[in-house]
Design a binder for this molecule. Structure first.
Ligand SMILES: Cc1cc2nc3c(=O)[nH]c(=O)nc-3n(C[C@H](O)[C@H](O)[C@H](O)COP(=O)(O)O)c2cc1C
Ligand SMILES: C=C(O[C@@H]1CC(C(=O)O)=C[C@@H](OP(=O)(O)O)[C@H]1O)C(=O)O
Length: 392
């Protein structure tokens, strides 16, 4: 048994909700653990005006008592401040008559690159607002809320996760292998684009400004690093138990993410095996480890105990001030898409989302493998596995 969660909520509806199930009882958890992550997701250079409206704060409505998990489902709620501007358009009750406002705000012009047209064709929505409200990355707020609970669990068993931005709009950060995990974390946090290379940071900011000025959008690459995972977590025995595969799915499930790499990633296609695989070493203090970490912490769908390094690529934001041609589903006429507001680049914010979805999968893998209804015995099981691996 692992942990699972569902989310509900529309981008301009009253609130977002997540229900998390399967966490052991007795784990410390307070709203502050979640709010810290929500605030991190809201930062990041390149976002549009919506982030000025929202101040995401969680309300824990069940599953926690006096700062500890109960073992029962945990429900988390984040209100949308913007809801007050949308109460009529997003109303739950049926409309009595076709209101002027409703006609004005009906979305019939599909944006290339967004979910609008496919969603309309799938569900039969003639007002594509019914699609965009849920396909919006506003939902990543509660994915981060769920991820922050996972991050809390991980931190209590010695696993840390951080994300930083390695590329925006073709501007690449230099690989900074000499930095410690702590330095990466601090420098990413201090950077408006979550980049730890100050020269690249300047170039990324300039690229975002340029894209914004041109009414365009840009994407990039984020890297998530996780340290402290015990060895042998995940499995090789079946496709749906491979932990690297689960991480890949988690990353590509983030809105606008199109690809994943582990360690040296696609570079492995261009190198001989002797320059890809990591040599195995042993010492009596730590047991087994690898001389290098080119495979990014995975062999055979299981953790090697080396840092997990996973990168995800985010395409540019689809909603553009600079119009692309599309078709109006009412008139079938071509039109040049125009918009009210949008992000020009959400890569830094998406890095925080990536960090949290990776944390979720790692926590889930630990709960599946070391399951206990009690948090104290769960921790004990993990530590015993670490000890076992050291002495093996
Ligand atoms: C943090 C974040 C913010 C985003 N902001 C916007 C936005 O302002 N406008 C937009 O059109 N898409 C935005 N997107 C991307 C769309 O949500 C995404 O492209 C859309 O859901 C279609 O899914 P797909 O790109 O995965 O196919 C954002 C994505 C993320 C992760
Ligand atoms: C609301 C968030 O991101 C939104 C994601 C998004 C999209 O289409 O994905 C479109 C924009 O929504 P709006 O049109 O309301 O400004 C973003 O602001 C958020 O990240 O919290």
């Amino acid at each position: 048994m692992g942990i699972r969660y569902l989310t509900a909520g529309e981008s301009h509806g009253p609130q977002l909700t997540t229900i998390i199930e399967g966490l052991p009882a007795g784990m410390p958890l307070v709203a502050e653990d979640i709010n810290t992550e929500l605030a991190r997701r809201q930062k990041g250079y390149g976002r549009g005006r919506r982030m000025e409206i929202e101040k995401d704060m969680v309300e824990i409505t069940s599953g926690v008592r006096h700062g500890q998990t109960l073992g029962s489902p945990i429900a988390l709620v984040v209100k949308n401040n913007d809801w007050k501007h949308w109460t009529k358009i997003m109303g739950i009750e049926p409309l009595q008559e076709v209101e002027e406002e409703e006609i004005k705000r009906k979305v019939t012009r599909a944006r290339p690159g967004h979910a609008d047209l496919n969603g309309a064709l799938k569900y039969g929505h003639r007002d594509m607002r019914n699609v965009l409200e849920r396909s919006s990355a506003r939902e990543t707020t509660v994915r981060v809320a769920a991820g922050s609970v996972a991050k809390k669990l991980l931190s209590l068993v010695g696993v840390e996760v951080v994300a930083h931005v390695v590329e925006i709009g073709g501007k690449k950060a230099n690989p900074l292998h000499h930095l410690s995990f702590k330095e990466i974390k601090e420098q990413a946090e201090a950077s408006p684009v979550r980049c730890i290379d100050s020269n690249a940071e300047k170039a990324m900011i300039a690229a975002i400004d340029e894209a914004k000025k041109n009414g365009d959008s840009i994407g990039g690459v984020v890297e998530v690093i996780a340290t402290g995972m015990p060895t042998g977590v995940g499995s090789y025995v079946h496709y749906d138990r491979k932990l690297d595969a689960k991480l890949a799915a988690a990353i590509v499930s983030i809105n606008a993410f199109k690809g994943v790499e582990f360690g040296i990633g696609f570079e492995a296609a261009r190198k001989p095996g002797s320059e890809v695989h990591d040599e195995i070493v042993w010492d009596d203090e730590w047991g087994y480890s690898r001389k290098t970490n080119r495979l990014g912490g995975f062999e055979g769908g299981m953790t090697t105990g080396m840092p997990i390094i996973v990168r995800g690529v985010m395409k540019p934001i689809p909603t553009l001030y600079k119009p692309l041609m599309s078709v109006d589903i009412e008139t079938k006429e071509p039109f040049a898409a125009s918009i009210e507001r949008s992000d020009s680049c959400a890569v830094p914010a998406a890095a925080v989302v990536a960090e949290n979805v990776v944390a979720w999968e790692l926590a889930n893998a630990l709960v599946e493998q070391f399951y206990s209804d009690r948090f104290d015995t769960f921790v004990k099981e993990i530590n015993e596995q670490r000890e076992f691996a050291r002495e093996f």
